[in-house]
Design a protein around this ligand. Structure first.
Ligand SMILES: Cc1ncc(COP(=O)(O)O)c(C=O)c1O
Length: 398
């Protein structure tokens, strides 16, 4: 319904404008946007994409994975990308798609689980910390989310999860990196429960997928979360988060082709005759998949491990700095490059507002602030941020 309040209208110009005029106008109009290079963005799970990935993306912009008969080589590269991501997640035989992001990946996972279960009015057991994409998925797929509480470590409470299972349950979801605190749920135990009840288990590693595989070699505590656990059926892993790929690039990986088939649709009119699609989108970016393919090859495991090592090192510097500020503390010890900051003395929403006035963007959760240390964050940014935080706390307490 059109809004009654006066809305600024825009018309396409009758006669086209010169490109440099438009570029100048765009520069001015887009100026208020924050930039990753300023170091002020401390809340996003995305980052400035790697320069090589940007170069490849620009070069292959015309590729459309929605029509694989026109772009069979791009479709082949997409499958090679999925296999490389699968090998990172202990299953090079995984099948799936490069999609628009974690939201689409999570929707596709629940779509597959629902279709495989063949149950009317199904239910999905998720932790209360699950990303809101699962709410979207439940609405779209007519599934009821059963949200279970967390334990004292902010992980899904496994006993509560098992209790929540009924004859209507079509899937359990575990998080390998929660949106708020980067916490990893006890996926091994969830996998055992899934096996005992013969239920589909989806792991949302949208953020953690490019972090957790490197923890062991970097000397941090390794955590089980991937296809090495026998009952993990699908995993979301987003190249456009810690994978340094240009947006849009999410990933949905299934353990085997049968699961992927559960969401396959025949598309009768495309040039190759009858083709199948197993994504929500029809026309979709081939450049995204090709850029991820190129970046995985270029950085390799060692390159990604170095990115994670740097981010985790800075995360711990931030944690130490926060703990030195009177009135502030961390919510829980970080598993990844995500930190929750709480205060017993000051309302965190006031801190949030004061930070924003000084140009810093952090995320505001009900009881804490979330800071994500991404590859665009430099040691100087952490230093300046901590100095501002200290001053803000002093002012708010006085
Ligand atoms: C754990 C998790 N899953 C899914 C998503 C959704 O990803 P996207 O914004 O790419 O759709 C996010 C976004 O931050 C997330 O943190």
């Amino acid at each position: 319904m059109p809004s009654k309040t006066a809305q600024k209208t825009n018309r396409m110009p009758e006669k086209g404008l010169p490109q440099d005029t438009i570029i100048r106008e765009l520069e001015a109009k887009l100026h208020p946007d924050l930039t990753y290079s300023s170091g002020k963005i401390l809340c996003s799970m995305c980052t400035n994409p790697h320069s090589f990935a940007k170069q490849i993306y620009r070069k292959y912009l015309e590729k459309n994975l929605g029509d694989p008969s026109l772009f069979p080589a791009s479709a082949e590269l997409e499958q090679e990308t999925i296999s490389m991501l699968g090998s990172l997640l202990s299953n090079p035989k995984a099948c799936g798609s490069i999609v628009s992001g974690g939201t689409e990946a999570n929707i596709i996972a629940l779509w597959a689980a629902r279709n495989l279960a063949k149950r009317e009015r199904g239910e999905v057991v998720v932790p209360v910390s699950a990303h809101y994409s699962f709410d979207k998925a439940s609405d779209l797929l007519n599934l009821k989310l059963i949200k279970v509480k967390l334990n004292s470590s902010y992980q899904m409470d496994v006993k509560a999860a098992e209790k929540a299972i009924t004859s209507k349950t079509v899937a359990i979801v575990g998080l390998a990196g929660s949106t708020g605190l980067g916490v990893v749920d006890p996926i091994r135990e969830l996998s055992e429960i899934a096996s005992a009840h013969n239920i589909y288990l989806h792991v949302d590693a949208a953020f953690g997928g490019f972090v957790l595989p490197f923890l062991k070699e970097l000397g941090y505590k390794p955590l089980d979360f991937d296809f090495s656990l026998p009952n993990v059926c699908s995993i979301t892993i987003d190249p456009h988060k810690m994978g340094l790929a240009p947006i849009p690039a999410g990933g949905i990986l299934f353990r085997d082709a049968k699961m992927c088939e559960a969401v396959s649709m025949k598309v009768p009119y495309l040039t190759g005759g009858e083709m199948k699609q197993s994504t929500l989108l029809g026309t979709r970016s081939g450049a995204s998949a090709v850029a991820v393919w190129a970046l995985l090859k270029h950085l390799g495991r060692a390159g990604y491990a170095a990115v994670v090592e740097r981010c985790l090192g800075l995360t711990w510097k931030l944690v130490e700095g926060i703990q030195r500020i009177d009135g502030l503390d961390i919510v829980t010890e970080p598993t990844m490059n995500v930190v929750g900051v709480k205060s017993d003395t000051v309302d965190v929403s006031l801190i949030f507002r004061e930070l924003r006035k000084r140009g810093w963007a952090v995320s505001l959760f009900p009881d804490y602030l979330r800071i994500v240390i991404m590859p665009h964050t430099k040691p100087l940014h952490i230093k300046l941020f901590l100095e501002d935080l200290q001053k803000i706390l002093e002012n708010l307490r006085s």
